[in-house]
Design a protein around this ligand. Structure first.
Ligand code: NAD
Length: 283
């Protein structure tokens, strides 16, 4: 049964003051609005991070965009000009863990997005690269969360979104460091959810399949070599082999899911992993 309409555009029970205990905005069905919030997005110079930074700023958040890539940050700052929330771009290399933790202080929303990938069999995987992948994709998110929580706890509200992957839930051959880091991130995210719940802080993962970004484009040659097939067969036979939907997902589609998890409307969603995988994990 649908709720009775009391006046145009107002559903009974959602008018201002209907339920002071409700964490929802005054009228349900409104746009996702982050006006007045600050949001830190890591790895914002390209790919998914760029799309998230632009989407959050468009929704009204003041975005702190950090990356180690100066050129991409400059382009992003240009693109964000005129968006309601505004955007500050800042160089930050996440392997500097103390700087990462300090950068997260005072933010209401944290999007742990930066990532790197190397495709090699374990016996050929350089140990120093394994270490760097774990530092950027697991230890830095821990330090960023650690830096963000005091402010979030102090105000009784916060949102943490961790860019995980299908590889946080499933393994693929030749991606030992990436799969290990993403599985670790899933555990970190769930722990932050449990600890943050009494303080109004949610923590969730977003788990895309293959997204049309430089990270994936760079992988195609590596995958061809590792699997011994030509590059033009990699998309269909390797990357999208287990996906029911046979296309790459766009960064902007991932950013919509991230925005939703950052919104007031998502206050009861925590400790979960939202797959955008075209049916991959339905197998
Ligand atoms: P991308 O390579 O396009 O962008 C990653 C960004 O992280 C780059 O701008 C890079 O400069 C930055 N970065 C890397 N190391 C850094 C460091 N030490 N300090 C600061 N910044 C650093 O990658 P993407 O595809 O947009 O991936 C973003 C996130 O989404 C990653 O965590 C990735 O694992 C995840 N993801 C990507 C896909 C995909 O198919 N592209 C799928 C699932 C999950």
């Amino acid at each position: 049964m649908s709720a009775p309409i009391t006046e145009p555009g107002t559903v009974a029970g959602t008018e201002p003051g209907a339920d002071p205990a409700s964490p929802l905005p005054r009228a349900a069905g409104l746009a996702l609005d982050l006006t007045g919030r600050t949001a830190l997005v890591t790895g914002a110079a390209g790919g998914i991070g760029r799309a998230c930074a632009l989407r959050l700023a468009a929704a009204g958040a003041r975005v702190r965009a950090v990356d180690r890539a100066a050129e991409g940050l400059e382009t992003l700052a240009e693109e964000a000009r005129g968006l309601p929330g505004g955007l500050d771009a800042r160089l930050l290399d996440l392997t500097d863990l103390d700087a990462a933790e300090a950068a997260a202080a005072g933010t209401d929303i944290l999007v742990n997005n930066a990532g790197i990938q190397l495709v090699r069999p374990i016996e050929e995987f350089p140990p120093d690269v394994f270490h760097t992948v774990l530092t950027v994709m697991l230890e830095a998110p821990f330090r960023l969360i650690r830096g963000a929580l005091p402010h979030m706890y102090g105000q009784g509200w916060g949102r943490i979104v961790n860019l995980s992957s299908v590889h946080g839930l499933r393994a693929s051959a030749f991606k030992s460091a990436y799969v290990a880091a993403k599985h670790g991130l899933e555990g970190l995210s769930k722990t932050a959810a449990l600890e943050g719940a009494p303080h109004g802080v949610t923590s969730n993962c977003v788990n895309p399949g293959y997204v049309r970004t430089p990270l994936v484009e760079k992988q195609i040659a590596d995958q061809a070599a590792a699997h011994g097939i030509p590059e033009e067969r990699v998309l269909a036979e390797v990357l999208l082999k287990d996906s029911a939907l046979k296309r790459l997902i766009e960064p902007e589609e991932v950013a919509e899911a991230v925005l939703y998890l950052c919104s007031p409307q998502a206050s009861f969603i925590t400790g979960t992993s939202l797959t955008l995988d075209g049916g991959w994990t339905a197998h």
